[in-house]
Each structure stands twice: as structure tokens, then as C-alpha cells.
Design a protein around this ligand. Structure first.
Ligand SMILES: NC(=O)C1=CN([C@@H]2O[C@H](COP(=O)(O)OP(=O)(O)OC[C@H]3O[C@@H](n4cnc5c(N)ncnc54)[C@H](OP(=O)(O)O)[C@@H]3O)[C@@H](O)[C@H]2O)C=CC1
Ligand SMILES: O=C(O)C1=N[C@H](C(=O)O)C[C@H](O)C1
Length: 278
């Protein structure tokens, strides 16, 4: 049974690791209905999104690669709440996907990482002009928000910090969106970290990681067997303070994804980060 408060959801990247989890979560949410499942992978076209996600019953929603017709179809739905597109695709695709969704009045909830600062600014301006809510969330897990809050607190007292992020080796972008956001959150405190102690020489390029905002270094590890992990390591004379978050199952992101789907319809502009909607 659908009504004016039912949220029609499109999942973009529906055949991927995250897309399948989102399909399961949306199918079980009483206030949502899966109306579209998009994916460009040729081997998954026309397959039932529910069966692909491992549900026991089909959802009667076939996977398609036709983004614009799907956006038009959901935008034309008048008996329900405004439509939401959840995007877990690829860094090369997400910018165009989000622009298209906003152009159709469909609210994007974006988990895909790898957008450049210029692309984020452009999407911010576009959403503002269209007066359309959009959520860019580099990490949907509550544990990561708590880690970041602890890191912000610690960085008031420590001047030296480095970030190590560790992910599965299918990940396209480095450093992770979460590590970049974590560095940004620390940099917003207005201090420069890691004042140089000696003149350093990198004997192999990249040995000291990438230099993010305000002197913070990020190191990226990619290995099979990992899912998603991050350490923020603070150092001072005689002590090390380490914060670590480990993902053991992608279901950890689903409460955040469902919250974002519910919240995005209340917004009129782009909001970046799960902590802003908790
Ligand atoms: N914000 C968060 O909390 C999280 C974010 N992520 C991010 O989400 C993104 C996806 O991750 P993950 O699910 O692991 O990746 P996967 O590679 O498992 O899934 C991505 C899927 O999207 C498909 N795809 C690629 N391009 C397009 C396109 N233009 N339109 C529609 N579908 C497309 C891929 O097809 P094909 O394989 O054929 O290319 C694939 O099926 C990454 O950027 C990752 O960093 C991941 C976990 C948590
Ligand atoms: O690719 C992933 O897996 C993840 N990507 C996001 C990121 O780049 O931060 C979030 C999480 O780390 C998992």
C-alpha cells in the first residue's frame, strides 16, 4: 500500500556491492518503495533487482541502464512523496548522475566518493538554484561519525596527526572520501598540523602519503580481505593516541542510508556529511 508519504526510490549502481545492500534495506522499509534499479553492467540488464540482492521473492523491478527515462517515470509519480535517487556507482559517473537527477526534481542521496572539490561546488550551486535537496555522504556509518568527532576533540590537544585508510582492492578512488572528509573536519579547526621537524627526502615517491588540508597526511592501503577501515593517529612527546574504525559488513551503512532517504526531502540545498542530519 502506497500513499502520499511513501518515498519512491531509485537505486543507481543496483548490481554493485552497496547497491544490493540498499535494495534489501529499501525493500524492508515500510515507508519506501523501490521504483527503479539502474546499473550499466551488461551482464545484469533485465535481472530482477530483488533476486540479485538475494531476497527470496522477486521485487518485479528489472535492472536497466536507462537513467533519464527512469528519472522521468519517477518524477511523473504524483500519488507519493518526491522521488529519491540513491547513487553508489563510480567516481566517473556520479557527477552526471546527480545533475540529471536534480534536473528532474529527483533528490539525490549520494554515497559514491571521488567527486572533485570543483564538482562538489558545482553540484552545490546547481541544487541551490533548483531549490532541491541533495545529500553527499562520504560515509554512512555511525561509527565513523563518532570517530570523526573524537578526532576533532583530540586535535585541539595534539599538533601531529596522520590518517591511514585501508580498503578492499576493488576501490577505484584514493584516498577514500572518508579520509578526505576527516582531514577537512580537522583542518576546519584553523590550525596547521605536523610542523616539520627535519628536512625530509622521499626516496620513493609517495612514501609519506598524500598531503591533504593543513599539513595532514593520508596513507591509502588496498588489499583483498579488507572492507573499509580507517585510523587517525595522533602523536605527541611520549604518547600515541589512535582512533580506529572497522567495517565488517556493508549492512553497517544501511541505517544511515535510510535516514538520508527520509531527510533529503526536507532539504532545499546540498548538504555534505552524515553528521549534519543526525
Ligand atoms: N558513502 C559510503 O558510506 C560508502 C561509499 N561507497 C562508495 O560507493 C561507490 C560504489 O561502491 P561499491 O558498491 O563497492 O562498488 P561496486 O563496483 O561494487 O558497484 C558499483 C556498481 O555501479 C555500476 N556502475 C558503474 N557506472 C555506472 C553508471 N554510470 N550508472 C549506473 N551504474 C554504474 C557498476 O557496474 P560495473 O561493475 O559494470 O562498472 C557496479 O555494478 C564507491 O564510490 C565507494 O567508494 C562504498 C561504501 C560505503
Ligand atoms: O569504497 C568503499 O568501500 C568505501 N568508500 C567510502 C570512502 O571512500 O570513504 C566509504 C567507505 O570507506 C567504504
Amino acid at each position: 500500500m502506497t500513499n502520499q508519504s511513501t518515498i519512491p526510490v531509485i537505486v543507481n549502481g543496483a548490481a554493485g556491492k552497496m547497491g544490493r545492500e540498499v535494495i534489501k534495506a529499501v525493500a524492508q522499509a515500510p515507508d519506501m518503495i523501490l521504483m527503479g534499479a539502474l546499473d550499466t553492467s551488461p551482464e545484469h540488464q533485465d535481472k530482477d533487482a530483488g533476486e540479485l540482492a538475494g531476497l527470496s521473492e522477486p521485487l518485479e523491478v528489472p535492472i536497466t541502464n536507462q537513467l533519464e527515462p527512469m528519472l522521468g517515470y519517477v518524477a511523473g509519480e504524483r500519488q507519493m512523496a518526491p522521488g529519491v535517487m540513491v547513487d553508489f556507482t563510480h567516481p566517473d559517473a556520479v557527477y552526471d548522475n546527480v545533475r540529471s537527477a536534480i534536473a528532474y526534481g529527483i533528490r539525490p542521496v549520494v554515497g559514491t566518493t571521488g567527486l572533485s572539490p570543483e564538482q562538489i561546488q558545482d553540484l552545490t550551486d546547481f541544487a541551490e538554484k533548483a531549490s532541491t535537496g541533495c545529500l553527499l555522504i562520504p560515509n554512512f556509518s555511525i561509527g565513523m561519525v563518532l570517530l570523526q568527532q573524537a578526532a576533532i576533540n583530540a586535535s585541539k590537544y595534539f599538533d601531529h596527526v596522520e590518517i591511514i585508510e585501508l580498503h578492499h582492492n576493488q576501490k577505484a578512488d584514493a584516498p577514500s572520501g572518508t579520509a578526505i572528509q576527516t582531514a577537512q573536519l580537522l583542518a576546519e579547526l584553523g590550525k596547521t598540523f605536523n610542523p616539520p621537524q627535519v628536512e625530509e627526502t622521499e626516496k620513493l615517491p609517495g612514501a609519506r602519503g598524500s598531503l591533504a588540508d593543513e599539513g595532514i597526511r593520508i596513507h591509502s592501503v588496498r588489499l583483498p580481505g579488507l572492507i573499509a577501515h580507517q585510523e587517525v593517529i595522533f602523536g605527541a612527546a611520549g604518547q600515541i593516541y589512535t582512533l580506529r574504525h572497522d567495517t565488517s559488513d556493508r549492512s553497517c551503512y544501511m541505517p544511515g542510508v535510510l535516514l538520508a532517504i527520509r531527510k533529503v526531502n526536507q532539504l532545499k540545498s546540498l548538504v555534505y556529511g552524515l553528521e549534519k542530519i543526525l
